[in-house]
Design a protein around this ligand. Structure first.
Ligand code: ME8
Length: 674
């Protein structure tokens, strides 16, 4: 027999955060559904997830708790694994970056890159706070002082290793241009090429001496390997790369797909492929950047107190309802808003009304009219042929959509069949047929077809929902596994007549929307209060967003919490501000004013007109193309009769100098500042 085709899929490795939210579960549920789909359709699948456990942030949090960093992460990793168990995540391996199998190979990778001249020693420049022993970037400073303790910082140079990204830049551009499928969705490909690769890459700092909780540079143990070389390598180290046990590497590399959130697409499509090019390894076939699940008011984050706890939702509604909602509600590449109302409505309409009803009506009628035995079908009429055709064509439609990561459309396709089957009941009116003994054969055909559709539906939904297929099969009396395979979908009529059905519990109970919304709101309020009183604990992920590549240095958020106690603003006040990066698309002087400039700003896909009093400090020409910082939710106002939608931020000093705020690395316009 020919070897099965392989499929290697990964999620990012997660920062150990003591509370993963529904947004985190999103990536993993999507990867899991794909892994299950590929297994079902005959692939030999390797599905990898894990945790990203090093860095200064973890070192500090552990110190604050009085435990070692390893003890600190061990606890959290156990709870992450519990969450994945609760969500029925069928990973084949879970890699921790603190495992020996990972650390040793990362050191080998680092050494190889150094030996071949792709990593070199240089100097990293940053602002250093001696009492806190911390480096900060210019942008992280608060009033030019240490964001943690408020004391003076010095500009110091730290010896560090750098990775020559620039050397491989052209090769990567050519690769990306020649491989359309490499970065998906396509909008993310253009963003990478235009915003990062074509303008030119700077070499990347890949070591630190200012903290210890990391993998030591093998030939210079003053240094630890910094963030990305450590984290990204997990996709290879888990396979036994560079070890004697490298069968999995030989079998599964290159990965078929790395699923990642959109904020880390850049690392996966620039740093990671360049590492691989330097190592002489083939590149992953695809990096798919999915959107964020947001709540009104911005991306979920624990510090904002706006997280949705997947454990609460799964315990209330069951894992299948949550998995279904995550995959159905939002097209996978786009951002989507999570709301309790949308969740309850989806459950009631798609799961209770459509699927749940189809199961209970079908089983109840077989029970009532045929003593619980699946009847023998007779001759087919047009309406039966129609239903059968749809049932037979659905699998290939689903397969095509899944190959493009269109989970939501794939589910919609399955729900068309469910809808068609429900309509078939209304069209064939079995309860009327049952009244006429001459129509017994016809009634048998109708109920057989419904039962067979349910069998097929139970297979089609099985990558997305892990519990419901078994419940449906239990009620249908299916024990024979050959009736649950993907191949079994190529034939309509496999369910043996005479199978005994079993009336069971309602698979999705109807929810009282008012009551649910009230209770969820109460729970979320309680969680918000709890997270505010916890105060100091921020997730590493928040820090990464605040600090970009230098995220792991960012403990500034802690000091914000300290300041709150002094009667200053709370994070809740801050999150009301919608501050964005904007690119100046055009600028011109406002007539009859020597102060004002009229700017057209590009903020993501949107354009904004802003009037700003900076004409004395900047010429229109020097502003065009600049990335500025926009307070985007300021009430619009008219200046000299011209509408201004927001305000760009600038700093002024006592001598009357003015400098516009900007970002210290190229980042997409529209990016939110938090
Ligand atoms: O980024 N909606 O880890 P992480 C959708 N350790 N996805 C979300 C989300 C939301 N609201 N919040 C988080 C890291 N995610 C690094 C990765 S890989 C070599 C290193 C997603 O724990 C996020 O986009 O901060 C990312 O894909 C994943 O959760 C892990 O995020």
């Amino acid at each position: 027999m020919a070897d099965k085709k392989t499929f290697y899929i990964t999620t990012p490795i997660y920062y150990p955060s003591d509370k993963l939210h529904i947004g985190h579960a999103y990536t993993t549920v999507a990867a899991d559904a794909m892994a299950r789909f590929k297994r079902l359709t005959g692939y030999d699948v390797m599905f990898l997830t894990g945790t990203d456990e090093h860095g200064q942030k973890i070192e500090r949090l552990a110190r604050e708790k009085g435990v070692t960093p390893k003890e600190y992460v061990d606890n959290i990793v156990a709870s992450i694994k519990d969450l994945w168990k609760l969500m029925d995540i069928s990973y084949d391996d879970f890699i921790r970056t603190t495992e020996e199998r990972h650390e040793k190979v990362v050191q080998k990778i680092f050494k190889k890159l150094y030996d071949q001249g792709d990593i070199y020693k240089g100097e990293y420049q940053g602002w250093y706070c001696t009492p806190c022993e911390s480096f900060w970037t210019e942008r992280q400073l608060v009033d030019g002082k240490c964001p943690d303790c408020g004391r003076k910082v010095e500009l110091v140079k730290e010896e560090a290793y750098f990775f020559k990204l620039s050397k491989y830049q052209q090769q990567l551009i050519e690769y990306i241009e020649a491989h359309d499928e490499f970065i998906q969705p396509p909008s993310r490909k253009n963003e990478m090429l235009n915003n990062f690769l074509r303008p030119g890459l700077e070499d990347l700092c890949v070591s630190r001496t200012s903290f210890k909780w990391g993998i030591p540079v093998p030939f210079d143990d003053k240094h630890v390997i910094y963030v990305w070389i450590d984290a990204l390598s997990n996709y290879l180290t888990a396979l036994g790369y560079m070890t004697e046990n490298d069968e999995r590497y030989k079998k599964y590399w290159p990965a078929d797909v790395h699923l990642v959130g959109k904020e880390i697409v850049r690392f996966h499509t620039i740093i990671w492929p360049i590492m691989l090019l330097a190592l002489g390894e083939p590149l992953p076939k695809q990096v798919f950047g999915h959107g964020w699940l947001v709540l009104e008011g911005g991306k979920m984050s624990k510090s904002k107190g706006n997280v949705v706890d997947p454990v609460v939702l799964v315990e209330r509604y069951g894992v299948d309802a949550i998995r279904y909602f995550l995959l159905r509600e939002v097209p996978f590449g786009a951002d989507g808003v999570f709301s309790n109302e949308a969740l309850i409505n989806r459950i009631n309409s798609d799961l209770v009304n459509d699927l749940g009803n189809l199961v209970s009506r079908t089983i109840a009628m077989i029970d009532r009219y045929f003593d619980g035995l699946v009847p023998q079908p007779g001759e087919f009429q047009d309406v039966d042929v129609d239903l059968r055709q749809l049932a037979l064509s659905t699998p290939s439609a689903v397969e095509q959509l899944m190959n493009r990561f269109e989970y939501s459309n794939a589910l919609a396709e399955i729900w068309k069949l469910i809808g068609r089957a429900n309509k078939y009941i209304d069209e064939t009116t079995p309860w009327i047929l049952a009244k006429d003994s001459d129509k017994r054969e016809r009634l048998g055909t109708v109920l057989y077809n419904l039962a067979e559709c349910l069998r097929m539906i139970s297979v089609l939904i099985s990558p997305f929902m892990t519990r419901t297929p078994h419940k449906i099969r239990e009620q249908l009396g299916i024990k024979d596994e050959s009736l649950t395979t993907w191949e079994s979908l190529s034939q309509f009529g496999k369910l043996p007549p005479g199978t005994r059905v079993q009336r069971g519990e309602v698979i999705f109970p109807r929810l009282d929307i008012e009551k649910e919304l009230k209770e969820l709101e109460e729970i979320q309020q309680r969680m918000k209060q709890a997270s505010q009183s916890e105060g100091a604990t921020r997730t590493a992920q928040d820090t990464v967003q605040a600090g970009g590549e230098d995220g792991q240095q960012g403990h500034r958020l802690n000091s914000d919490d300290k300041r709150q106690a002094d009667g200053q603003i709370s994070i809740d006040d801050f999150v009301k501000l919608d501050i964005r990066v904007a690119r100046v698309a055009s600028a011109e002087r406002v007539e009859k004013s020597n102060k004002l400039l009229k700017l057209i700003l590009e903020v993501g896909d949107e354009r904004r007109q802003v009037v700003s009093g900076i004409a004395k400090y900047y010429t229109p020409e020097e502003l065009v193309g600049k990335k500025v910082i926009l307070l985007a939710n300021l009430k619009p106002a008219k200046l000299m009769g011209i509408e201004s939608e927001g305000m760009i931020l600038a700093a002024t000093d006592e001598r009357g100098n003015l400098a516009l705020l900007t970002v210290d690395q190229d980042i997409a316009s529209g990016s939110k500042i938090s």
